[in-house]
Design a binder for this molecule. Sequence first.
Ligand code: ZN
Length: 57
Amino acid sequence: MPDTRCPRCGGPLGERPARSRVTTDREVLICTMCGTDEAVRDAHGQAPVPPGEWPLT
Ligand SMILES: [Zn+2]
């Protein structure tokens, strides 16, 4: 049974999880909402929320 929870928000990963950009190898799968949030932060030149500040790590 794979982990189907988004480690960033604790919500369901969904069917098309995004790859978090906080890791260089981009192996961390996050939900679409979190992927969008990271993309928006990136577009605004903000640093991504570090995994240490995610609710589930
Ligand atoms: Zn999420």
